[in-house]
Design a protein around this ligand. Structure first.
Ligand code: NAP
Length: 344
């Protein structure tokens, strides 16, 4: 069955990736694209200033961009993928859910709300059960589901794999690509020949979202995972692909071989956009690298490597494509899960 879908914030860095992924999708068909009032009324090909190496899909290039308003979205749209700036999403995503739309959102607003599922399908698909709580509490016919921040999503599948040894403490330092800041995020004068040791709000997001994703849902309420997580986030001059250095302590002792086996055997799922295996572990300690590894499995795979034992536990590196696995692909995967579980 094919579902008609729309993209909120379709002209942005993540919005263009959503269009790229949804245009050839076997289950979804694009019926509506929205953006700010400045873009509304213009053909998508003019408003979007397409910046992705594959050509702009001809099917959508001439669609007229609509206002980001429930009144402007056609009634036959079953689901909306949102890549709006957080402040805008905060204001309008609830309006869409209240108007009956199912919204799969990248935007960081409401990710930590107790009745909003924050989901990576391979890690915590059962958290979608929170939608019953959300609909009861908010009186919505629609729904709001979030995917985590791009730096969080890069690390959490590896942590979920190591949690079989009882995860107790995590430290992470990130090397994040410029596309993570959006088109207007970092100027070339700031980032060329440079590294910026601060990304506003990113550390806090990694620390809280990871514990929510790894937490447990008892059918009524969600409990955060008990591990402590501390993060240091850095912007570097790569275009796409976040690389992260992780230190993970576990209650039970885990050798390098145990950790590699847990990651390699962490279960993949059967949805159109899901990679198999979910995590690829390199023996070469010089991998993964952004330029070499970000496109693996259509940009949806998590890569890991350099696993070693230290005096305080395991240390390794991991990497994911931030606008695909970390944003647009993550939303599409959540959309596929929502469709499979009958929420549309
Ligand atoms: P972006 O390139 O700045 O794009 C923002 C989009 O929102 C554009 O389509 C823009 O339309 C639209 N927009 C802006 N103001 C609006 C308004 N007042 N009303 C309606 N639409 C408006 O940003 P991005 O990098 O794609 O990020 C989008 C969201 O995804 C953010 O919440 C970000 O935190 C999240 N995210 C990004 C990444 C990443 O790697 N980039 C990863 C994970 C999550 P116009 O073109 O008309 O201005």
């Amino acid at each position: 069955m094919t579902h008609t879908v729309g993209v909120l914030g379709a002209t942005g860095a993540v919005g263009q990736r959503l269009v790229q992924l949804l245009d050839p999708h076997p289950e979804f068909e694009i019926g509506c694209l929205t953006a700010s009032s400045e873009s509304a009324g213009r053909p998508y090909r003019d408003a979007a200033k397409w910046r992705i190496p594959t050509p702009i899909p001809e099917d959508v290039a001439d669609l007229t961009v609509k206002e980001t308003d429930p009144e402007a979205v056609p009634d036959d749209v079953d689901m909306l993928f949102s890549s709006l700036p957080s402040s805008v999403g905060e204001r309008v995503e609830s309006d869409f859910a209240e108007a009956g739309y199912v919204v799969s959102s990248n935007s960081s607003n409401q990710r930590m709300a107790p009745d909003v599922p924050l989901v990576i399908p391979e890690v915590n698909a059962d958290h979608l059960g929170l939608l019953e709580v959300q609909r009861d509490e908010r009186g919505w016919d629609g729904a709001l589901v979030k995917n985590p921040n791009c730096s969080t999503i890069t690390m959490v599948p590896t942590l979920a794999a190591l949690d079989e040894f009882g995860l107790s403490r995590v430290h992470v330092a990130t090397l994040q690509a410029v596309s993570g800041a959006g088109y207007d995020g970092v100027t070339s004068m700031e980032i060329i020949d440079n590294a910026i040791p601060h990304i506003g709000g990113e550390e806090e997001k990694m620390e809280s979202e990871s514990r929510k994703l790894l937490g447990s849902f008892d059918g009524a309420e969600l409990s955060m995972h008990g591990a402590t997580v501390s993060a240091s986030c850095n912007r570097i001059p790569t275009l796409d692909g976040h690389l992260e250095n992780v230190w993970a302590e576990t209650d039970e002792e885990a050798s390098v071989e145990d950790a590699i086996e847990a990651m390699e055997e962490y279960e993949a799922i059967d949805l159109p956009s899901s990679p198999d295996p979910l995590i690829e572990v390199f023996e070469d300690p010089g991998r993964p690298q952004p330029r070499l590894d970000r496109e693996r499995e259509n940009g949806m795979q998590i890569s890991a490597g350099g696993v070693r034992e230290t005096e305080t536990g395991l240390q390794y590196n991991c990497l994911a494509h931030n606008t695909l696995r970390g944003a647009a692909g993550a939303s599409v995967l959540n959309g596929e899960l929502l469709a499979e579980q009958g929420y549309l």
